[in-house]
Design a protein around this ligand. Structure first.
Ligand SMILES: NC(=O)c1ccc[n+]([C@@H]2O[C@H](COP(=O)([O-])OP(=O)(O)OC[C@H]3O[C@@H](n4cnc5c(N)ncnc54)[C@H](OP(=O)(O)O)[C@@H]3O)[C@@H](O)[C@H]2O)c1
Length: 319
């Protein structure tokens, strides 16, 4: 019995491996629009797809990002300034893309731009903190998608959304997991409603990787900034030791947990863009595959118990 099950499993993986090998053709006429190409996954993906022969339109947040990317790529790659929180910026880039792609339409949009701070316990944040992150990580994804959707429908193309394991399980406070759960929701509703048009919607859910999103110095500074503006009663609830221990955890754990091989994520993004039969969901990173995703299927009471047991203790004990 066990051998039959093993054989079935092997056959399943073999079939999936073979099915996922073929790539789409005519790359020279396939335009791919990527947001957040200054650094990290977006930057690496733009270079990688450019090398593969796709026509890359790279949205960069800064001039420096644009210049550096241009220098590293072929003359086929187009860079453009893009702020996903600005309607005008999104509309300007969409008009430029419409002009470039012509009859081909837009083959793929990769919604990659994102920010990771402010991040801390929920009651350390203001509503504006939530709004500002949701503006980039969620509304930016929706806005960029809607701005070019007719062009994607024309090409019977794809939308690739970069969510996170924190769109599947939530063990931190603040707006980041809220934004990523939102991306998952948007991804699924888009996939469902656009399937009849032949448009594929794929989701990337990376674990921890070494980019500015997991930069421990950025997170340590952010925790201190949030702490400094807290009212005294909230500071007393948590205790000053909580702040120091949180910083220690960030310094030790976040960098320890983060994988330096960004190509694990970029290969999944590339597969989503170029495979004839892409996967609906990708979970790059060992931590995503063997810890975060299995955890996300566990009962809530178990997940809460596990993470609260290992959480930094607060000063104020319950009466
Ligand atoms: N690294 C991880 O462990 C991890 C895990 C799961 C999911 N992710 C997700 O992966 C995506 C890429 O992040 P990354 O890790 O590659 O970090 P990253 O290097 O910080 O990349 C994010 C990019 O988004 C850009 N950006 C920020 N605000 C923007 C705006 N308003 N408009 C347009 N672009 C903007 C940033 O530009 P500047 O650099 O100029 O600010 C940067 O180039 C994000 O959605 C992130 O949430 C990352």
């Amino acid at each position: 019995m066990f051998l039959y099950l093993l054989a079935l499993l092997v056959l399943f993986y073999l079939f999936r491996w073979i099915r996922e090998l073929p790539r789409v053709g005519d790359k020279a006429n396939k335009y791919v629009y990527i947001t957040g190409c200054d650094t990290g996954f977006g930057n690496l993906l733009a270079r990688h797809l450019d090398k593969m022969g796709f026509r890359v339109i790279a949205g960069c947040y800064t001039e420096k990002g644009e210049e550096q990317l241009k220098k590293a790529c072929s003359s086929n790659l187009i860079t453009t300034h893009l702020d996903v929180t600005s309607k005008e910026s999104l509309a300007k880039v969409a008009a430029m893309i419409k002009d470039k792609v012509g009859v081909h339409g837009l083959w793929a949009l990769v919604n990659n731009a994102g920010v990771a701070v402010p991040s801390g316990p929920c009651d350390w944040h203001t509503l504006d903190d939530y709004k500002s992150m949701l503006e980039v990580n969620l509304n930016g994804v929706i806005g960029a998608t809607l701005s070019v959707l007719p062009l994607i429908k024309k090409a019977r193309g794809r939308v690739v959304n970069v969510a996170s394991v924190f769109g599947r399980i939530c063990v931190t406070g603040g707006p980041y997991p809220v934004s990523k759960f939102g991306v998952e929701g948007f991804n699924d509703s888009l996939r469902f409603t656009l399937a009849p048009f032949g448009v594929k919607v794929l989701c990337i859910e990376p674990g921890f990787f070494k980019t500015s999103v997991t930069d421990s110095e950025l997170h340590t500074r952010n925790v201190q900034t949030l702490w400094d503006r807290l009212p005294q009663d909230v500071k007393d609830d948590y205790g000053v030791e909580y702040l120091q221990k949180s910083k220690d955890v960030i310094k030790e754990k976040v960098s320890q947990m983060s994988d330096g091989d960004l190509m694990k994520v970029v290969s999944c993004m590339e597969h989503a863009v170029s495979a004839t039969w892409p996967r609906k969901r990708y979970s790059p990173g060992w931590d995503a595959k063997f810890f975060w995703l299995p955890m996300s299927y566990m009962p809530t009471c178990f997940v809460d118990y596990f993470f609260l047991k290992n959480a930094v203790p607060i000063a104020k004990k319950l009466q």
